[in-house]
Design a protein around this ligand. Structure first.
Ligand SMILES: [Zn+2]
Length: 157
């Protein structure tokens, strides 16, 4: 599953994220640790994996932007279980290049969201979802295998 060309740290975030092992607020609170309970990306809803990566309006905007940009269709997932299935399915695509592209996107989106969430909490810094999407598109373009014209030719929003 991780023989893809996303950055190693992004693969690691994906690996932990899919197992719900990132230290989101719900997990910290379960252990009795102090944490910001509310999602710092939208400031509306308690934070957990499903919210942060699937339901948060910031996450959904990012998924929508990046999937549209790379011609990978719509982000229709609304439950964690479906997100898991969708993630696993994306690593089993037919064409190897299609598969690699999807995996890069998957890992890099999770990593982008997780990093932005940490910057907002620990460094009190934030950037717009548009900026996140542009940076993400850039990383995906750079990491995509040669010949992935879809990624390269559409590199602009
Ligand atoms: Zn949120």
């Amino acid at each position: 599953m991780f023989g893809n060309q996303a950055r190693p740290k992004a693969c690691f975030t994906l690996w932990l994220g899919l197992q719900q092992r990132l230290l989101t607020a719900d997990r910290l609170l379960k252990w009795g640790l102090e944490a910001t309970k509310i999602c710092v990306l939208c400031n509306r809803v308690p934070e957990n994996h499903e919210h942060l990566f699937v339901l948060c309006p910031v996450a959904r905007t990012l998924w929508a932007r990046i999937l549209t940009w790379s011609n990978k269709g719509m982000f229709n997932v609304v439950h964690w279980e479906d997100f898991m299935k969708w993630s696993v399915a994306s690593s089993k695509g037919k064409g190897q290049q299609a598969q690699i592209c999807k995996m890069i996107i998957n890992a890099e989106v999770l990593h982008t969201l997780w990093r932005e969430r940490n910057q907002r909490i620990f460094e009190k810094k934030s950037v717009t979802v548009e900026r996140l999407a542009k940076d993400l598109a850039y990383v995906c373009t750079v990491r995509a295998p040669t010949g992935s014209q879809v990624l390269v030719q559409n590199f602009s929003f």
